[in-house]
Design a protein around this ligand. Structure first.
Ligand code: ADP
Length: 407
C-alpha cells in the first residue's frame, strides 16, 4: 500500500456524491486517506466483516461473487473511477456480499466505518445521496442477475428440448424391435411343443409380460414427448366422463384385488360430459390410479370422485379426485412431482413392477397428467399432510377440466 500525497480529493468525491455541497465534500475529504494497491490485491473479501469504505480514484477492480460450489466465483462487473465499494455492507452492518479484486494499480480514497457513520448522521443530503447510489447499484445488479437467469433459462430450455428429442428417438427405435419380439413370442407360444410343456409356457408368458411392460414404458415416453410440446392442440370431441372413469376403474379392479386394495367409485350424478380428447383424459386417469395403487400398501383403499364445479372466470367444469390411503407426500414435493423424471426418494431402492407397492417407474406419469390438464385448459394438484410409512396419511390428486377446452 502506497500513500499518494497530491490528489484532488474533493473533485473525486464530487463524482460519487454530486449533490453534496462543497463544504460537506471538504469535510468528507478530510476524513479520507489515499491509498494505492497493486494488481491482484483483494480489497474486500466476500463473507468478511470489514470496516472500510472505498471510492475509486484511479484504475479498475472486479466485483465477483461465489455463485455455488459447482459454478465457483463469477465476476459480476468491473468498477472504475468514481465508483463506491463497501458502503452497502457498512450501512447494513453485515459481511461483504462480494469480493473486490484490483485489476490494475488501484488508487482509492478510504474512509473508516466510524467516520462514515458520523458523516451519514450529520449530513442528510449525503445520506440521501448514498441511498440513491446504493439503490442504483442494486437495480444494476438486479438487471445483471435477470440477464444471467434469462440466459440460463434459454440454455435449460434447449437442454430440455434435446432430452425430449433423445427420448423420442430412443422410444421409436425401441418400439419396432419390441413389436417384432412380441409377434415372434406369440407365434412361439401357440406352438404345440410349448403348449405341451407347462414350464416353457410359463417362461413364454414371462417374456410376453416383460415385453408388454416395456411396450407400455416406451409408449409413456412417446406420450410425454407429445404432451410436453407446449403447442399441443387437442381435437375436442364429447367425452362421457362418468363412463370413462368407470372404465378405467374397471381396468384396474383385478390388479387392485391382487393387492387387496379396494377401489371405491363415488360419482356425483350431476358430473357433466365434457369436450376434450378422450384418449388423453383416459391416460391421465390411468396414471393417477396406477400411482394411487402403487403408493398404497396392501389392504388400502383408493377412492375416485367426480363432481361438477365452477372454475376460474365462472367457467363450468368438472373435478375428478383420486384419494389413496398410501405413503403420502411431503409438501416440498407437491409441485415438483409434476416435472418430468421427478421421483421422490431414492429411485434405486424402488422395487420394480407397475403396481407393486412402491414399484419403480420412469417418473413420467404425473408429467403426462399435468400436460393433459394444461392442454384442456385445466389444472392438477396434490394434497397430502406428508410422507409417513407408519400411519399412511395418503394423498389426494385433484384434476379439474373445463367443460369446453379453450379454442
Ligand atoms: P413414477 O413413474 O415414479 O410413478 P410419476 O410421475 O407418476 O412417476 O410420479 C412421480 C413421483 O410422485 C413418484 O416417484 C412418487 O414418489 C410420487 N407419487 C406419485 N403419486 C403418488 C401417490 N399417490 N402417493 C405418494 N407419492 C406419489
Amino acid at each position: 500500500m502506497n500513500e499518494t500525497k497530491s490528489f484532488d480529493k474533493v473533485s473525486l468525491l464530487r463524482l460519487a456524491f454530486n449533490d453534496l455541497a462543497d463544504d460537506e465534500l471538504q469535510e468528507m475529504a478530510d476524513l479520507t486517506e489515499i491509498c494505492t494497491y497493486p494488481p491482484g490485491h483483494v480489497l474486500c473479501r466476500e463473507g468478511a466483516y470489514e470496516d472500510i469504505f472505498y471510492i475509486i480514484a484511479d484504475g479498475s477492480a472486479s466485483i465477483s461473487k461465489n455463485i455455488s460450489e459447482q459454478e465457483g466465483e463469477r465476476i459480476l462487473r468491473n468498477v472504475v473511477r468514481g465508483d463506491l465499494i463497501g458502503e452497502m455492507a457498512l450501512i447494513q452492518n453485515v459481511a461483504r456480499s462480494a469480493t473486490v479484486r484490483t485489476l490494475t494499480d488501484l488508487t482509492v480514497l478510504e474512509m473508516e466505518k466510524k467516520d462514515f457513520e458520523a458523516m451519514l448522521s450529520r449530513s442528510p443530503s449525503m445520506a440521501i445521496n448514498i441511498i440513491r447510489t446504493t439503490l442504483n447499484r442494486m437495480r444494476e445488479n438486479d438487471q445483471i442477475a435477470i440477464q444471467v437467469l434469462q440466459t440460463t433459462n434459454k440454455v435449460l430450455r434447449q437442454l430440455d428440448r434435446n432430452k425430449l428429442e433423445f427420448i423420442q428417438v430412443a422410444a421409436h427405435e425401441l418400439r419396432t424391435p419390441l413389436t417384432v419380439l412380441k409377434g415372434y413370442v406369440s407365434v412361439l407360444g401357440s406352438s404345440p411343443d410349448i403348449k405341451a410343456n407347462a414350464a416353457l409356457g410359463e417362461v413364454m408368458s414371462g417374456i410376453l409380460k416383460g415385453a408388454d411392460r416395456m411396450h407400455e414404458v416406451v409408449n409413456t415416453m412417446l406420450d410425454v414427448t407429445r404432451i410436453d410440446n407446449e403447442a399441443l392442440k387437442i381435437a375436442a370431441v364429447p367425452v362421457p366422463l362418468k363412463r370413462v372413469i368407470a372404465d378405467v376403474v374397471h381396468d384396474f379392479s383385478k390388479t387392485a384385488a391382487e393387492r387387496q386394495i379396494e377401489i371405491v367409485l363415488e360419482q356425483d350424478a350431476a358430473t357433466p360430459n365434457i369436450n376434450g380428447d378422450p384418449t388423453l383424459i383416459q391416460k391421465a386417469l390411468h396414471h393417477l390410479i396406477v400411482n394411487a395403487i402403487k403408493y398404497t400398501p396392501d389392504g388400502g383403499k383408493v377412492t375416485l370422485r367426480s363432481r361438477p364445479i365452477t372454475m376460474d372466470k365462472n367457467t363450468p367444469g368438472v373435478e375428478v379426485s383420486v384419494k389413496d390411503t398410501g405413503i403420502g407426500m411431503d409438501a416440498e414435493h407437491h409441485d415438483l412431482v409434476f416435472e418430468k423424471f421427478y421421483q421422490v426418494g431414492v429411485v434405486a431402492i424402488h422395487s420394480s413392477g407397475k403396481t407393486t407397492f412402491k414399484g419403480g417407474g420412469p417418473g413420467l406419469g404425473l408429467a403426462i397428467v399435468r400436460g393433459v390438464a394444461r392442454a384442456h385448459g385445466g389444472k392438477v394438484w396434490v394434497e397430502s399432510s406428508g410422507h409417513d410409512e407408519v400411519n399412511f396419511p395418503g394423498s389426494t390428486f385433484y384434476l379439474q377440466l373445463p367443460i369446453d377446452p379453450p379454442s
